[in-house]
Design a protein around this ligand. Structure first.
Ligand code: PTJ
Length: 233
């Protein structure tokens, strides 16, 4: 069923061919995790929600694969964590950006950034098209939530001092390694988990949320996921 969502997304101009290959890589890692959310992933999801709830300007960056796999959940997560949404693609294309925005808007009325070419800002040290972000979106946000993201852009955002949360099944990818909070889980499980966690946490006070973040060791958490994968092998 998950593969069908991507294939349909490809046929509808939302997913690029490279996205199908990226999904295959993700599946390989997911098999080693037993295709379930591990307790380490759940811990990272909880801390990620704490950070989103504490941030002044959080934003969820959505690409083709994410939009094809879980559009409704992404829009819901944005609502429950008071985050904004930017469509931000690795392989740029105006018609694909608009198609993704349509898919998201079908789920709910949300403001979507990243659609206006006149609102483009440029990330430093990136030569390719992935340097473009929305000047009113990712550029001015303090916390960026990324899924299935490219390593160059992740590293650039971290260098800019932004807090980066990523969902990536590959614990060895540059995105996973560079992020402040790395969720090693399938996006189709991670986002629904985070929505439930947000509902539990949004009544907690600031010191409680801060404590969860301070006590979290991202590198240690990645190592634990790697050990689980080793057992999976
Ligand atoms: O729609 P665009 O133009 O922005 O392009 C999207 C892709 C995914 C093609 C582009 O961002 C890309 O090529 O990404 P990478 O560098 O291949 O990274 C994708 C990462 O996501 C890989 O480490 C995969 O293991 C991982 N991944 C794939 N499917 C999932 C996943 N992680 C979580 N959930 C998945 N379902």
């Amino acid at each position: 069923m998950i593969r069908e969502r991507l294939v349909n997304g490809f046929r509808n101009g939302i997913v690029v061919p490279q996205g199908l290959i990226a999904h295959g890589r993700g599946e390989a890692f997911d098999y080693l995790l037993g295709e379930k959310t591990t307790k380490h992933a759940y811990e990272a999801e909880k801390v990620a929600v704490c950070l989103l709830l504490l941030s002044d300007k959080s934003i969820i960056s959505i690409n083709g694969n994410a939009a094809a796999l879980c559009p409704k959940d992404l829009v819901t997560l944005a609502k429950v964590t008071n985050s904004r949404i930017e469509v931000n693609l690795f392989h740029k294309g105006r018609s694909r950006t608009s198609a993704i925005a349509r898919v998201l808007r079908k789920e709910d009325t949300v403001e979507i950034l990243g659609l206006d070419d006149n609102s483009r800002a440029i990330l430093k040290d990136i030569a390719s098209d992935r340097k473009y972000v929305d000047k009113d979106g990712i550029m001015i946000s303090d916390t960026i939530f990324l899924a299935l993201e490219d390593g160059d852009r992740t590293e650039s955002l971290v260098r800019m001092g932004k807090k980066v949360i990523s969902v990536d099944l590959n614990p060895l990818s540059r995105t996973a390694v560079a992020s402040n909070i790395t969720i090693i889980d399938n996006i189709v499980r991670a986002i629904p988990n985070m929505i439930k966690i947000s509902e539990q946490l949004n009544k907690k006070d600031k010191p409680y949320l801060l404590k969860q973040i301070r006590n979290f060791d991202n590198n240690g958490n990645i190592d634990k996921s790697l050990l689980l994968m080793k057992k999976g092998i």
